[in-house]
Design a protein around this ligand. Structure first.
Ligand code: PRP
Length: 212
């Protein structure tokens, strides 16, 4: 039997709103509101089911095959190191990874390792390993800008979009790391089994980008 249903995991929040806007430009998700408390919704016109999950959980739903497709920031994708296909850079959700800290950079005291607080320990470890620098990484789950203000860390590694959170907390960028944006990811088995559905989605996204 030909599989005709596509299950899409969308991140709740800022990135999810941009994701829905993009899907609407290609005719999908017309009946899906920007904000809803419902966690699962059906786009009957396209036989697509949308799951609304926390951004960091998109990858889990896709990797486990509960969702066929997901939209996720490159930051979460790199941190998760998951076994999924990356099908497209969707262009929205642009921001960057940076090392940041208090306006007066103190540097580490002699014999003391620099401490970096971050939601992204894997990305941070890889970044410093590449340049042979040793740092101590402190994993936090949010509001990382607080850490250097109260002496939990010397600096942070985090995503910076407008820079307003850094500014509001008296922090500045020490090092720009690299640029980030949203990616379309797919479960490996689903991609093979439901190839025609993926192809239709990718062709529409490509056509939309050419028109833009
Ligand atoms: C993200 C990020 C920064 C902020 C950057 O946090 O971790 O704190 O946004 O955006 P800006 O440069 O536009 O200020 P998020 O809003 O996801 O909250 P969190 O810190 O609780 O994870």
């Amino acid at each position: 039997m030909r599989e005709t249903r596509l299950i899409v995991a969308l991140p709740k929040g800022r990135l999810g709103e941009d994701a829905l806007a993009t899907l609407r430009t290609i005719g999908y998700a017309q009946n899906i509101p920007d904000k809803t408390r419902r966690l699962i919704m059906q786009d009957a016109d396209h036989d697509v089911t949308y799951l609304f999950v926390k951004p960091v959980d998109v990858i889990t739903y896709v990797e486990q095959g509960v969702a066929d497709v997901g939209i996720i920031g490159l930051d979460s994708l790199l941190e998760a190191d998951a076994d999924v296909y990356t099908l497209a850079d969707l262009g929205f959700g642009q921001c960057r990874f940076a090392v940041a800290g208090p306006l007066k950079k103190t540097g580490s005291a002699p014999g003391k390792t620099w401490r970096i607080a971050t939601k992204y320990p894997r990305v941070t470890a890889q970044y410093y390993a590449k340049t042979n620098r040793t740092v101590e990484i402190i994993k936090l789950n949010g509001s990382v800008e607080l850490a250097p203000l109260v002496g939990l860390s010397d600096a942070i590694v985090d995503i910076v979009e407008t820079g307003s959170t850094l500014k509001a907390n008296g922090l500045e960028i020490y090092e720009e790391m690299f640029a980030l944006s949203a990616r379309l990811i797919a479960n490996r088995a689903s991609y093979r089994l439901k190839y025609p559905l993926f192809k239709a989605l990718l062709q529409k996204l490509d056509a939309e980008r050419e028109d833009a």
